[in-house]
Design a protein around this ligand. Structure first.
Ligand code: F6P
Length: 341
C-alpha cells in the first residue's frame, strides 16, 4: 500500500518515534511505501511531500519535535479544503492516511473519514486531555521537564525567601500542573478545572513562609480566579479558534507580591515543556501507537484511532478522539490539596 503520514498541531516529544515505528513496520512487514506530508494538513493541501523510507527514519527515535514539520492548518477553515485533500491523495496514489495529532488534527481526520478517506489516527498531546486514551505520549516528558524546574526553583526560592510562581502548559486541562506539582512538591497547584480563590492562595503562600520555607505555586496557563480572569498576554486565535494562552503566572506573581508584601517572581516554562528528547515512557508509548496504527491500516480498520487502555493498545472510533476532553476530576485535585501551604 501507499500510505501518507503527517504530524499536525503543536509538536510533542515522541512524534518521531511514531513515524519510525509506522514506517519501519510498514516497509519491513507489509512492503508498503510512504509519503511524508510536510507541516501537517498544509502539506496535504499543497501536495508538499518528503520521502519517507528507511533512510529517512534512521536515528530519529530519541529526537524531539517532528522530522515532518507541523502546523495548525485547518483544511476546513476556508471552503474547498476537503476536495483539495482528496485530490492530493488521488494524485499521489495514497491509499490511506496516518495523521498524528491532537483534538484539532484528529477532528479533521474524522471529517475526512466520513468523506470516504481511509484514515487511522494516532493521538498526541503534551496536555493529556483526550478522553479516549488513558495517556498520550509527550505528557510524561512535559511533566518531567516541569518537575525538574520545580526542583530547581525550590532551592533558589528558599535562598531568597521569595514566592516562585511556575506557569505550565495544558490548555483547558490541568494534568501537567497536577502531575508536575505533585511530583515536585509544589505548595499550591492551580488548574483550569477549579477556579481559584485569591485569598486562599495568599493564605497558602503565607503559611508556607511561616513554616520557614518559600512557596512554589504551580499555575496552569488556563487557570483563572473564580468570577473573573487575570490579564492574559494576548487574545490571538489560531486556525482552530483557540485563544493563545499564557500570562497568568506573571499576573498572579504580582498579585501575591502585593498581597503578602514579599517578593514574588514568575517563571513561564512555555515551549521548553514540548522540546527536547522524549522520556522512555513516551518513546515506548509512541512506538506501540505507531505499530498499532500500521496494523490497523492493514486490517482494513480505518476511521479509527489507536489508544491506550490500561496497558493495552486498542482501536477506538476516530470520532471518540474529539467528542470529550479528559479533565482533572475533583478527587484527583483533592489529593494534591493535602499538600497546599
Ligand atoms: O496543546 C499543546 C499546547 O502546548 C498547549 O499546552 C498550549 O496551550 C498550546 O499547545 C500552545 O500552542 P502554540 O505552540 O501554538 O503556541
Amino acid at each position: 500500500m501507499r500510505i501518507g503520514i503527517l504530524t499536525g498541531g503543536g509538536d510533542c516529544p515522541g512524534l518521531n518515534a511514531v513515524i519510525r515505528a509506522v514506517v519501519r513496520k510498514g516497509i519491513q512487514d507489509y512492503g508498503d511505501d510512504f509519503v511524508g506530508f510536510r507541516d501537517g494538513w498544509r502539506g496535504v493541501l499543497e501536495a508538499d511531500t518528503v520521502p519517507m523510507d528507511l533512510r529517512a527514519i534512521r536515528g530519529i527515535l530519541p529526537r524531539g519535535g517532528t522530522v515532518l514539520g507541523t502546523s495548525r492548518t485547518n483544511p476546513y477553515k476556508n471552503g474547498g479544503g476537503e476536495a483539495q485533500v482528496v485530490a492530493t491523495l488521488e494524485k499521489l496514489g495514497v491509499d490511506a492516511l496516518i495523521p498524528i495529532g491532537g483534538e484539532d488534527t484528529l477532528g479533521v481526520a474524522t471529517k475526512l473519514s466520513a468523506a470516504g478517506v481511509r484514515v487511522v489516527g494516532v493521538p498526541k498531546t503534551i496536555d493529556n486531555d483526550l478522553d479516549a486514551t488513558d495517556y498520550t505520549f509527550g505528557f510524561d516528558t512535559a511533566v518531567g521537564v516541569a518537575m525538574e524546574a520545580i526542583d530547581r526553583l525550590h532551592t533558589t526560592g528558599d535562598s531568597h525567601h521569595r514566592t516562585l510562581v511556575v506557569e505550565v502548559m495544558g490548555r483547558h486541562a490541568g494534568w501537567i500542573a497536577l502531575h508536575a506539582g505533585m511530583a515536585g512538591g509544589a505548595n499550591v497547584v492551580l488548574i483550569p478545572e477549579h477556579p481559584f480563590d485569591v485569598d486562599a492562595v495568599v493564605g497558602h503562600v503565607q503559611r508556607r513562609f511561616d513554616s520557614g520555607y518559600s512557596p512554589i505555586v504551580v499555575v496552569s496557563e488556563g487557570a483563572a480566579p473564580a468570577g473573573g480572569e487575570l490579564e492574559l498576554a494576548t487574545r490571538e486565535k489560531d486556525a482552530f479558534g483557540h485563544v493563545r494562552l499564557g500570562g497568568i503566572g506573571p499576573a498572579l506573581a504580582s498579585l501575591i507580591e502585593e498581597r503578602t508584601g514579599r517578593e514574588a517572581r514568575a517563571v513561564v516554562l512555555g515551549h521548553i515543556q514540548r522540546g527536547g528528547t522524549p522520556s522512555a515512557f513516551d518513546r515506548v508509548l509512541a512506538t506501540r501507537f505507531g505499530l498499532a496504527a500500521i496494523d490497523a491500516v492493514h486490517d482494513g480498520q480505518t476511521g479509527v484511532m489507536v489508544a491506550l487502555r490500561g496497558t493495552d493498545i486498542v482501536r477506538v472510533p476516530l470520532s471518540a478522539a474529539t467528542s470529550q476532553l479528559k479533565l482533572v476530576p475533583v478527587e484527583r485535585y483533592a489529593e494534591m490539596e493535602v499538600f497546599f501551604g
